[in-house]
Design a protein around this ligand. Structure first.
Ligand code: BTN
Length: 239
């Protein structure tokens, strides 16, 4: 799979840009912005990124072989491609359910996927990625940010990082093996082993991670042995 790459200085949000300006472009397209004036995070969050320091970009493509009811596997695939890209960092990289990329207990990358569905087909998938590359100081209230430079102790070339990621992702899509993607995702989950604190609508509890199901639900097991199953936003990790 070959991605055309468009670089722009500034836009409100690369996801928004791809949805409107990019919609008439054929095939696979990546739009990279040096700065976003209204970068969007999950839910109602915004995404902080210092001008020219990081990677803020969106990948647009049509995943022919993936049905809408299997769309979580796309989250898994891009998360796995990101962990491969960051594997040279000196500290362990993991995937915090559903698709944050962590180094130790710190977030290095956020992902915002927006799919346009047509029945059970995915007509267009937009994967927005905010990867902290060379930023060293974070001023927003994001609780635990880090960057490649902070973790690696030196600056990184943003174009090289982008190309490495696109290569990993495109390889996964071309040699598509859904089960292998799911296995790789599960093997790299943050807090895969051990009891940790979580919080849901009923309060705080300790639990171990049992599984992330194919459709993206998180299954935890609490100290009484009770299984608890959550959709995105129904539970938070206490870090
Ligand atoms: C998160 O909250 O963790 C998701 C953050 C996603 C940020 C990226 S930056 C590029 C793309 N454009 C946006 O407006 N958001 C995503």
């Amino acid at each position: 799979m070959q991605f055309d790459i468009i670089h722009i200085d500034e836009t409100d949000s690369t996801n928004r840009w791809l949805k409107s300006e990019g919609r008439n472009k054929e095939g696979e397209l990546v739009v990279v912005a040096d700065f976003q004036t209204a970068g969007r995070g999950q839910g109602s969050n915004s995404w902080e990124s210092e001008r020219g320091q990081n990677l803020t970009f969106s990948i647009g493509f049509t995943p022919e072989r993936i049905k809408a009811d299997q769309q979580f596997v796309l989250s898994m695939a891009i998360s796995v491609a990101l962990t491969k890209t960051l594997s040279a960092l000196p500290h362990p990289v993991s995937i915090k359910w559903p698709n944050d990329i962590y180094v130790g207990d710190r977030k290095i990358c956020g992902i915002l996927i927006e799919n346009v569905l047509n029945g059970n087909s995915i007509r267009h998938c937009i994967i927005g990625i905010g990867l902290n590359v060379n930023q060293r100081l974070f001023t927003s209230d994001a609780p635990n940010p880090t960057s490649m430079a902070l973790e690696g102790g030196h600056d990184f070339n943003r174009d090289e990082v982008l190309h490495t990621l696109l290569e990993h992702f495109s390889r996964l899509l071309t040699n598509w093996d859904e089960e292998a993607v799911r296995t790789a995702y599960r093997q790299q989950l943050y807090r895969r082993e051990g009891m940790f604190p979580y919080q849901d609508k009923d309060g705080d509890f300790m639990a171990s991670l049992v599984n992330v199901e194919d459709d993206g639900h998180l299954v935890l097991q609490d100290t009484e042995g009770r299984r608890r199953r959550y959709a995105f936003k129904e539970v938070s990790f206490r870090i």
